[in-house]
Design a protein around this ligand. Structure first.
Ligand SMILES: Cc1ncc(COP(=O)(O)O)c(C=O)c1O
Ligand SMILES: Nc1c(O)cccc1C(=O)C[C@H](N)C(=O)O
Length: 462
C-alpha cells in the first residue's frame, strides 16, 4: 500500500501530479459537474460571499489550483511571516546580534507569544508559555501534575484513543514516578476516575476521528475525585473555543503548527492554571526558568508564575514566525471561527452524501456539533490509494492507517467552494474505484464499507 499521503499529506509538491499523470486543473466553483451546473457549487459561492472570515484567506499563501484540507496537520503559510523572518535574520540577528535578546524582545518572547495564544484558548495573560515541542510539554505537564497530586495516588489515566506521543510520554513519566498508567476511553473517564488517580491526560479532539471530547464535563468529574485534568489541545486550539480558565483546567499543552499556522515544527505551549503555578515543579528546571537566570547560581530557585514552564534557550526564529502568524487573529473571535468551522464541515458532509456512490465511505466523525472538531474523517476501502489520487487531482487531505481519509477545515482560509470541490473530486475517485471493483470479479474485489445508516452521516447536526 502506498503511504505517501500518510505522514505529510503529500511527499511531492501539492497538485504537482506524477510524471505519468499531470494534475487536473481545479474547476472553479459553479462549474459543470458533467450534467449541468452543480447546485452545491452555486450554494458554496453564496455561502462564501456571505462570509464571515472570507477576507482572512487573502492573508495566507495559497494557490487556487489546490484545495488544501490538511491544516489539521500543517497550517498554511501566513503572508505576514516571510517579511518578519527576513527582518529577524537580517536586522535583529545580522545587525543587532546579541543586543536583540533585550532590544528586540527575544528573551521575553515565550511569555509574550503565550499571551497572544491565551485568548484563543480562553486563558488570561500569564498562564501560557511557548517553547519546546508538544511532546516535551506533555512531559512537563504530566510530571508536574503528578508532583502536585495527593500522596496516596497510585495511577494516572490516559485517553485510550490518544495520539501516540501522549501515551508514550505519559507511560515514561508514570514509570519515573512509580505510578501505573490506565488507558480509558474519554467518555468513560468520569466513571473510571478514583481517589487514587493523580491526573488524566486527554485529547480535546481525537486526531483520527475528529471527535470533540467533553472538556468541561471530564474536567469537572476529575476534580470531583480530586484528580487533575491535563488536556492536549493540538487539534482544537484555533479551531474552536476551549475555555481553559472558565472550565478550571489544570494543565494543558498544544502545538502551534496546525490551526495556529506557526509553521513546521513551530514551538508548542504549556498552560498552567494560575492557582497551581506556585506549586508547579518542573521536571526540566532549565536556567531559563530560574528566578535569576544570569545569576548563574548552581542552586535552582524557580521563577514565579508561568516562567516556570520555560526550560532552555528559546527557538527564536520559529517563535517569531509564530508571533507573526498570530497577527491574523487580531479582530477575529474564536466563536466566529467555530461557527464557520461547523458550517464548513456540515456542508462538506452534505456534499459527500450527494456525490459519493452509496456505501463507499462512512463518516467516523460524530455528526452532533457538540462532539465534532474541525475535521471530517471518512472510512474508505483503499483509503491510502484514494488519498493519493485526491492529492494528484489537487485535493490535499491525509490518510491515517488503516482506512481513514482526513479532511481538515481551517476557517481562516478554507472556503465553501473548497469543501464542495473536495467532495466532488472524492466522488469522482470513488466512482472510478467502484467501477473498477464491478469490472473485477465481484467475489474477490475490495468490499465496500457498509454505511452506518444509509447516508455518510445522519442526525440533525445539533
Ligand atoms: C494530539 C497530538 N499531540 C501531540 C502531537 C505531536 O507533538 P510534537 O509536536 O511533539 O510532535 C500531535 C501531532 O503531531 C498531536 O496530534
Ligand atoms: N507533526 C507532524 C510532523 O512533524 C510531520 C507530519 C505530520 C505531523 C502531524 O502533526 C501529525 C498530526 N499530529 C496528526 O494528527 O496525525
Amino acid at each position: 500500500m502506498s503511504e505517501s499521503s500518510e505522514n505529510t499529506g503529500a511527499q511531492r509538491p501539492e497538485g504537482a501530479g506524477s510524471p505519468e499523470r499531470p494534475a487536473a486543473p481545479r474547476q472553479p466553483a459553479g462549474a459543470s459537474g458533467g450534467s449541468g451546473l452543480r447546485k452545491e457549487a452555486a450554494r458554496a459561492a453564496e455561502l462564501d460571499a456571505a462570509g464571515p472570515l472570507t477576507a482572512t484567506r487573502d492573508r495566507f499563501v495559497l494557490d487556487e489550483d489546490t484545495v488544501y484540507l490538511d491544516g489539521n496537520s500543517l497550517g498554511a503559510l501566513p503572508r505576514s511571516v516571510p517579511g518578519r523572518i527576513a527582518d529577524v535574520i537580517t536586522r535583529e540577528w545580522g545587525e543587532l546580534r546579541i543586543r536583540s535578546w533585550t532590544e528586540s524582545g527575544w528573551w521575553t518572547a515565550p511569555e509574550r507569544v503565550g499571551d497572544r495564544i491565551a485568548p484563543i484558548v480562553g486563558a488570561a495573560p500569564g498562564r501560557v508559555v511557548v517553547g519546546d515541542s508538544t511532546s516535551v510539554n506533555i512531559f512537563k505537564a504530566v510530571v508536574g501534575g503528578i508532583r502536585m497530586a495527593g500522596k496516596g495516588c497510585t495511577e494516572i489515566l490516559v485517553d485510550a484513543t490518544t495520539f501516540p506521543t501522549d501515551g508514550y510520554i505519559a507511560r515514561s513519566a508514570a514509570r519515573m514516578a512509580g505510578l501505573a498508567v490506565r488507558p480509558v476511553e474519554p467518555a468513560r473517564i468520569a466513571d473510571e476516575v478514583t481517589e487514587r488517580t493523580a491526573l488524566a491526560l486527554v485529547n480535546h479532539v481525537d486526531y483520527r476521528t475528529g471527535e470533540l471530547n467533553d472538556l468541561p464535563g471530564i474536567t469537572a468529574a476529575l476534580h470531583s475525585a480530586g484528580a487533575l485534568a491535563v488536556w492536549d489541545l493540538c487539534h482544537s486550539a484555533g479551531a474552536l473555543p476551549v475555555g481553559l480558565d472558565a472550565h478550571g483546567v489544570d494543565l494543558a499543552v498544544g502545538c502551534t503548527y496546525k490551526y495556529l499556522n506557526g509553521g513546521p515544527g513551530s514551538p508548542a505551549y504549556l498552560y498552567i492554571r494560575e492557582s497551581l503555578q506556585e506549586r508547579f515543579e518542573s521536571p526540566l528546571p532549565g536556567w531559563n526558568s530560574h528566578a535569576d537566570p544570569f545569576g548563574m547560581d548552581p542552586g535552582y530557585t524557580p521563577a514565579g508564575g508561568i516562567l516556570r514552564g520555560r526550560v532552555g534557550t528559546p527557538d527564536i526564529l520559529s517563535l517569531l514566525a509564530l508571533e507573526a502568524a498570530l497577527e491574523i487573529w487580531d479582530g477575529v473571535s474564536i466563536e466566529e471561527v467555530r461557527t464557520k468551522s461547523l458550517a464548513l464541515t456540515d456542508f462538506f458532509l452534505e456534499c459527500v452524501n450527494e456525490y459519493a456512490p452509496p456505501g463507499r465511505v462512512r463518516s467516523v466523525t460524530p455528526y452532533e456539533h457538540r462532539r465534532r472538531g474541525s475535521q471530517v474523517s471518512l472510512e474508505s476501502v483503499g483509503a491510502g490509494e484514494v488519498m493519493e489520487e485526491l492529492i494528484r487531482r489537487g485535493v490535499v487531505g491525509d490518510f491515517r492507517r488503516p482506512d481513514v481519509l482526513r479532511f481538515g477545515f481551517t476557517p481562516l482560509y478554507t472556503t465553501f467552494a473548497d469543501a464542495e470541490r473536495a467532495a466532488w473530486v472524492l466522488g469522482e475517485v470513488l466512482r472510478e474505484q467502484a467501477d473498477r471493483d464491478t469490472a473485477a470479479d465481484a467475489g474477490t474485489a475490495t468490499a465496500a464499507v457498509p454505511p452506518a445508516e444509509g447516508p455518510v452521516a445522519g442526525g440533525d447536526g445539533g
